[in-house]
Design a protein around this ligand. Structure first.
Ligand code: HEC
Length: 180
């Protein structure tokens, strides 16, 4: 019977040493936080899993009306440009800002992910952002405007560069410099 006690003691010892080594790895700077290299697969997996589960649990707000209205989609394209989403995520016919290539995790190409996202999830991500990543919270923007952005992003895969250019063009006469 004594071997059972020894086995338990050994397991406990390994667990304690493992925790100390694990904590030391993070506390004493061995983990590399550089954005210039891809995060280890296990970290990327854990981040993506945590994000998906968290967004899904928190995103409870439903759209106030139809998101298919072309006027709302167009207003969303304008807001998407004016609020700076283009710099990090690009848009139909528009490239990412060069510096956004240095963000880790990398800002996704939205047309590739929206088919797997519901409007309530897109709304929540834009309103609250994603902590510890470059995705900012746009909570200072009216909910109504965020829903236009959601309407546009939901359709982004089908929008042509010409449409995007026309929809996101500044209103003529909006400011003196643009009116010229
Ligand atoms: C400063 C750069 C930056 C700006 C500006 C920015 N984003 Fe992001 N966004 C990111 C990054 C980085 C991620 C990836 C986060 C992650 O992988 O967890 C992201 C993720 C997302 C996601 C995906 C979330 C998911 O469920 O996977 C959506 C949708 C999104 N952004 C929409 C927007 C919209 C709309 C705007 C403008 C209102 C915007 N972003 C502005 C950097 C940015």
């Amino acid at each position: 019977m004594r071997w059972k006690g020894r086995l338990l003691a050994l397991i406990g010892f390994i667990a304690i040493v493992g925790s100390i080594v694990g904590a030391g790895y993070f506390l004493f700077g061995f983990y590399n936080v550089a954005a210039s290299q891809a995060e280890p697969d296990v970290v990327a997996w854990a981040l993506a899993r945590t994000r998906a589960a968290s967004v899904d649990r928190h995103a409870t707000q439903r759209p106030p009306g139809s998101l298919d209205d072309p006027a709302i989609v167009r207003a969303g394209a304008r807001a998407y440009t004016e609020r700076g989403c283009v710099n990090c995520h690009g848009a139909p016919g528009v490239g990412w800002g060069k510096w956004s290539e240095g963000l880790r995790p990398y800002p996704p190409d939205l047309k590739n992910i929206v088919k797997d996202r519901e409007p309530r999830q897109l709304f929540w991500v834009v309103k609250h952002g994603i902590g510890m990543t470059g995705m900012p919270a746009f909570g200072y923007v009216d909910d109504k405007e965020i829903w236009t952005i959601v309407a546009f992003v939901s359709k982004i895969a089908a929008v042509t560069p010409e449409e995007f250019k026309a929809w996101s063009a500044p209103t003529p006469g909006a400011t003196p410099s643009e009116a010229r």
